[in-house]
Design a protein around this ligand. Structure first.
Ligand code: SAH
Length: 306
């Protein structure tokens, strides 16, 4: 896959504002890097302003949605430009390898919720006894833990997963949520993704975390459940509003009677669509999280479901 790299030079506060925009629209969120000292112009600028010059980057997959997302991102930056003196963004087409290298440069240890720590695969880390460690190699699949949708799902999993719960992760990407579920004691855990690269990356990450026996991975979507008659105690789906809305009936029937669904990747404008489909499918929204424009819905089966 090819990517459109979007970068903006900015100082501290503006860089933070830009990275919020990038977290909203970019694939996998924003990467902030200090400009290398060898970059003379940037160094001179930094000395003058006594504020380090940062480069904030993100990546948009070059696919059929790219035009719309790029326009939204440019609009959001334009609005920011009314508050902060930021230069126009630069766009550059890059290949997968560049995307991965950029990620490695900007990827560090992350804490999520009360106990979850996401550690880059190349870093040493000695966890405290209560910590749940997830080792991640940012690769070609979505789900490094930097994106707010992933983080909200992790927080919900930490709150809700109990030992021996059966957990289904729909759209596993890097496998991050399935790893968290297994680490929190869920068993069995099934992770599915329609994308063959994601399935490969998830398998590698599961093995690196020693949970490849606890978690099975299959390529596909809810139709792979036909051979699994089990009812799931918890289903997590961090995909996008449209596919989630389209799957509402199947998600409802995959749930155990007391089961709970965590649905994420929903932009606030699309929340009514998803909530409406959930109601029609006999799912009652019991909890809701929001980070900027991203909504996460928690739903349970209402008694009307047959
Ligand atoms: N669960 C990870 C990754 C989310 S990205 C996280 O929370 O960070 C969404 C993933 O869903 C992508 O890997 C994409 O390939 C997959 N996907 C998209 N539509 C799907 C569908 N209908 N069924 C299953 N997976 C789907």
């Amino acid at each position: 896959m090819r990517w459109l790299e979007v970068s903006v030079h900015a100082d501290g506060e503006a860089a933070e504002a830009v990275s919020e925009v990038f977290n909203r629209f970019g694939h996998g969120g924003a990467v902030i890097e200090q400009i290398l000292l060898s970059d003379e112009a940037a160094t001179a600028a930094a000395v003058e302003t006594e504020d380090p010059v940062l480069m904030v980057r993100t990546f948009l997959p070059i696919d059929e949605h790219q035009g719309v997302v790029r326009r939204q991102l440019e609009e959001a930056l334009w609005h920011l430009g009314q508050i902060y003196p930021i230069p126009a963004p630069e766009f550059r087409e890059v290949a997968d390898e560049d995307w991965i290298e950029a990620w490695k440069a900007g990827y560090g240890l992350q804490r999520v919720g009360q106990r979850i720590v996401i550690v880059p695969s190349w870093e040493n880390y000695t966890p405290r006894p209560e910590e749940i460690v997830i080792r991640m190699e940012p690769g070609m699949a979505f789900g490094t833990g930097t994106h707010p949708t992933t983080r909200m799902c992790l927080v919900e999993l930490e709150r809700r997963v109990r030992p021996a719960m059966a957990v289904l992760d729909v759209g596993t990407g890097s496998g991050i949520l399935a790893i968290a579920a297994a680490r929190l004691g869920a068993t069995p855990v099934l992770a599915v993704d329609i994308d063959s690269t994601a399935v490969e990356v998830a398998r590698a990450n599961l093995a690196a975390n020693g949970v490849n026996v606890a978690v099975s991975v299959r390529q596909g979507s809810l139709e792979v459940l036909d051979s699994e008659s089990r009812a799931w105690d918890l289903v997590v789906a961090n995909i996008l509003a449209e596919p989630i809305a389209a799957m509402a009936d199947d998600l409802a029937s995959a749930l155990a009677p007391q089961g709970c669904l965590i649905a994420a990747g929903i932009i606030s404008d699309e929340e009514p669509l998803v909530a409406g489909r959930f109601r029609a499918a006999g799912l009652a929204v019991s909890d809701r999280r929001q980070h900027h424009d991203w909504i996460t819905l928690v739903a349970t089966r209402s008694r009307l479901v047959v």
